[in-house]
Design a protein around this ligand. Structure first.
Ligand code: NAD
Length: 499
């Protein structure tokens, strides 16, 4: 509830801070303590239209700014993020709930991305290639597209906006950014720092509000030809359908049901570290979280008992306390969903080894905390091994062979990340070939992407695009092929050069 202490924030459109046209607001609350983070405009279609118009107008100048100059603004932005790394991480621990080391990592990813994409300002390579005709020059170049609608989730509230906005800007596009309603202040800070770095008015606009009110309008707006969304599969499907009438470029990064495979020859100490980090880091709320652990039966009992011991040692608490291992989950709906899956697992006959309950004692009662949960004897087809839970729950699936492990790992509709722990180099290479995911780790958990490699997944995790690395440029540019004929006469391809 708003009090005299409450801080009020606005949308940022065409370089000006403004309330929602309706004057309505919503509040961002800390999942760690329930404290108010701030009050934000609950925007609607009118605000989106205004922001798209501002971005469309700004595009005409921004596209002509030399790409190296655009890149320099991203270098300054990366520098500002580095200067503000600690205060952004502290804010993230409060607004989103991550423990500080992970929150710092989230900001670091945005720093890395800004520097990487800043460098693209001096590359954005196209191709030159010979012509089939004499006295003719051929090349292909990347062209900016226009206004990019950026729709992001709450789980990487600084990193994910950077994956989208940094490449969009260096390629010469302008942006309307809709942050998640659970992390609006981090979205706001991101855009403030971009302004400080020198991004001109109208080039990046922020419109706060819900998916239905703001997101849908942005997706349907005829003057925003590119939509980049990270979110759930369900949202992705609805966005893709809504964008179809305008034949937009739609870039989707969606859910995951990632598996770690532990073979009988694995280094079990290493595998345990990988499982703990990947399954319970960010309270399991990473798209790359290891929500399945597929274990060879030869090491199944040992791994199970050692995992339970390690998991029961994890300390729950607010993210900014140094001895906290696992922070809260994002909100009430999340806790209810996670707990529902605990019930589903029990009903399906899986064995609950530890966790499976809301942690509501003492100070924890003020926030949304769920005990790290491990199910054993899970069959690959069970719902807890098939559906994205997005919480601190992992499922142990016993198998008898490499082939069975790969079949189980691949036997889900998602295809984001995968990992295998083995000391057998031949088997490791086979797994790199056989695992049907966009990312595969060998002797590491399922998380830990670096910004200069493509990031994204196969199957229902997306629609074939990738972010990060060079691959991201394909989302934010159109290829243009250019033919320059300096022969002084009309030369007809496929006709004049054929005898
Ligand atoms: P979500 O789908 O509920 O929301 C994501 C964003 O989409 C939010 O900003 C939301 O307001 C907006 N939105 C919702 N409905 C919309 C609609 N109809 N039209 C337009 N916009 C709409 O997801 P979430 O709960 O914020 O995030 C968790 C999900 O994100 C998980 O499924 C997770 O796996 C996924 N995720 C994927 C990646 C990846 O790179 N593959 C990374 C992080 C998170």
């Amino acid at each position: 509830m708003a009090t005299t202490e409450t801080r009020f924030f606005k949308n940022f459109i065409g370089g000006e801070w403004m309330d929602a046209a309706s004057g309505e607001t919503f509040e961002s609350l800390s999942p760690a303590t329930g404290e108010s983070i701030g009050v934000f405009p609950k925007s609607g279609p009118e605000d989106v239209d205004r922001a798209v118009e501002a971005a469309r107008a700004a595009f005409e100048e921004w596209r002509l700014v030399p790409a190296p100059r655009r890149g320099e603004i991203l270098f300054r932005f990366g520098q500002l993020l580095a200067e503000h790394k600690e205060d952004l991480a502290q804010l993230m621990a409060r607004e989103m709930g991550k423990v500080l080391p992970e929150a710092r990592g989230d900001v670091q990813e945005a720093i890395d991305m800004s520097f990487y994409m800043g460098g693209e300002g001096r590359r954005l390579f196209g191709h030159t290639t010979p012509s089939e005709l004499p006295d003719k020059f051929n090349m292909s170049v990347r062209m900016p597209i226009g206004v990019v609608g950026v729709i992001t989730p709450w789980n990487f509230p600084i990193a994910i906006p950077s994956w989208k906005i940094a490449p969009a800007l260096v390629c010469g596009n302008t942006v309307v950014f809709k942050p998640a309603t659970d992390t609006p202040l981090l979205g706001e800070r991101f855009v403030e720092l971009l302004g400080e770095a020198g991004v001109p008015a109208g080039v990046v606009n922020v419109v706060h509000g819900g998916g239905r009110e703001v997101g849908e309008r942005l997706v349907q707006h005829p003057d925003a030809p590119v939509i980049t969304l990270t979110g759930s599969r369900e949202t992705g499907v609805s966005v893709l359908k809504a964008a179809a009438d305008n034949l937009k470029h739609v870039h989707l990064e969606l859910g995951g049901k990632n598996a770690i495979i532990v073979m009988e020859d694995a280094d079990l100490d290493l595998a345990l570290d990988g499982i703990i980090w990947s399954a319970f880091g960010t309270s399991g709320q990473r798209c790359t979280a290891a929500s399945r652990v597929i274990v060879h039966r030869a090491v199944y009992d040992e791994l199970q008992s050692r995992l339970v011991t390690a998991v029961e040692r994890l300390r729950l608490g607010v993210g900014w306390e140094p001895d906290t291992d696992v922070g809260p989950v994002i909100n009430k709906a999340a806790i209810e969903k996670i707990h529902e899956y605990t019930q589903i697992g029990r009903d399906e006959g899986a064995k609950l080894l530890t966790g499976g309950e809301v942690a509501g004692d003492g100070e924890l009662a003020k926030g949304f905390y769920y005990r790290p949960t491990v199910f054993a004897d899970v069959e690959a087809g069970m719902r807890i091994a098939q559906e994205e839970i997005f919480g601190p729950t992992t499922a142990l699936v016993p198998v008898d062979s490499y082939d069975e492990a790969i079949a189980a790992a691949n036997g889900v509709k998602y295809g984001l990340s995968s990992s295998i722990f083995t000391r057998d180099v031949n088997r490791a290479f086979r797994a790199m070939r056989d695992l049907q995911t966009g990312i595969t780790y060998v002797n590491a958990g399922t998380t830990g992407a670096e910004v200069h490699l493509p990031f994204g997944g196969t199957k229902d995790t997306g629609n074939g695009h990738r972010e990060a690395g060079q691959a991201a440029l394909d989302v934010f540019t159109e290829w243009k092929s250019i033919y320059v004929d300096y022969s002084g006469k009309l030369q007809r391809a496929q006709i004049d050069n054929i005898e």
